[in-house]
Design a protein around this ligand. Structure first.
Ligand SMILES: [Zn+2]
Ligand SMILES: [Zn+2]
Length: 364
């Protein structure tokens, strides 16, 4: 190997390097002595700060907050220091390890050991970086604390109040969808408030997209329609208009489990499904029933399935009639015999209402 012709630009000594490495980044290479004089294997920050949200535990990484779950903040500190460390480009076969040491409640000392090979020479370095944990409030928790919301879902029902089970279901649909978005890493998705109000349920959420999807899911499950509108709230600091959207879910005039009088003189109906159209069971015959909501008379609802009471089946009179005890007066009363009544039963469910007394199918 010939070294002739190469000299260190700093001290003038002959450079002992193979020909192909005599230039570094466009300049003649230093000799090993000069090179190692000011060589730093690792460039580490003097200290790092880990900012976490004292409400939800999220950690700030760069400009963004990230949910880290139950992960230890020591791991977060190690991640943060790892991101900020740089190892010299001239080093090869690098290996390293970090030893964390809890100094006090808010300080973790990270001792980082490195080894590598530089110009065929094994080299080691140790740097100590203190990591300070600082608590704060993330953007989302700040908005929630300030009662921020961008959109509302108002669950209402046409000509009646939503039932308890519709309210409970709407609540669950909202919480579940927002949880889905959060689980997918969407930190902009949150429920600001859910409150039962006169006539239904009000859900306030952080984005219009959430409100739109929640409304659609409620209608998919319970029928009805959605009316959306937007209102200018303010202009933000950059002159952008800030809108708030309202999505009114109007549930159908009857709900599953309602007992209704469809107004056709053939007796009441138990509603078994109410979506775009309505289906049910005729209480006089047990036959299936179907109708459009607009064909129902006003005040069609007589009561709910759970208003039914158990009473004694006294006798089966004939194909069309049975005798039961009136649950209020205990008088033996003849009523229609629908196909769902088991003639051998000792007791059956009946429903007493403004139109009379009727047998009701047993609860599924
Ligand atoms: Zn030199
Ligand atoms: Zn937070």
């Amino acid at each position: 190997m010939s070294n002739s012709g190469a000299f260190c630009p700093r001290c003038g000594d002959a450079v002992e390097l193979p020909r192909e490495r005599r230039m570094e980044r466009g300049e003649p290479s230093l000799c090993d002595a000069c090179y190692f004089d000011d060589f730093e294997l690792v460039d580490a920050p003097e200290r790092i700060q880990v900012l976490y949200c004292s409400d939800c535990g999220a950690v700030k990484r760069g400009k963004h907050w990230e949910d880290v779950g139950a992960k230890d903040y020591t791991d977060i500190a190690i991640d943060a220091v790892t991101e900020e460390l740089t190892v010299h480009v001239g080093a090869e076969s690098i290996s390293w390890a970090v030893e964390p040491e809890q100094v006090d409640e808010t300080t973790v000392r990270l001792t980082c050991h490195f080894s590598g090979v530089v110009r065929d020479t094994p080299i080691e370095a140790t740097v100590v970086v203190p990591a300070k944990l600082a608590s704060g409030t993330c953007d989302r928790c700040g908005l929630i604390a300030g009662d921020f919301y961008a959109a509302t879902v108002q669950v209402r029902a046409a000509t009646r109040n939503p039932t308890d089970s519709e309210i409970a279901d709407a609540r669950e649909i909202a919480n579940e969808y927002v949880a889905e978005k959060e689980a997918g890493g969407d930190r902009d998705a949150f429920v600001s408030s859910i409150a039962e109000v006169e006539g239904g349920l009000d859900v306030k959420v952080s984005t219009t997209q959430l409100a739109r999807e929640i409304s659609n899911r409620i209608v998919d499950a319970h029928g009805g329609s959605v009316d959306s509108s937007e209102r200018l709230i303010t202009e933000d600091g950059d002159g952008n208009r800030v809108y708030r959207t309202a999505h009114v879910v109007r549930l159908p005039p009857v709900a599953k489990g309602d007992l209704i009088d469809p107004g056709d003189d053939e007796g009441p109906v138990l509603v078994t499904a109410a979506h775009q159209t309505l289906s049910g069971i005729r209480l006089t015959s047990g036959e299936e029933f179907g109708a459009d909501f607009e064909d129902l008379p006003e005040r069609a609802v007589l009561g709910e399935r759970r208003d039914a009471e158990e009473t004694t089946l006294v006798a089966v009179e004939d194909e069309h009639a049975i005798q039961v005890l009136d649950p209020e007066t205990y008088e033996a009363t003849t009523i229609s015999r629908p196909s769902f009544v088991d003639p051998d039963a000792e007791t059956i469910q009946v429903f007493k209402h403004r139109e009379g007394l009727h047998a009701v199918p047993a609860d599924e």
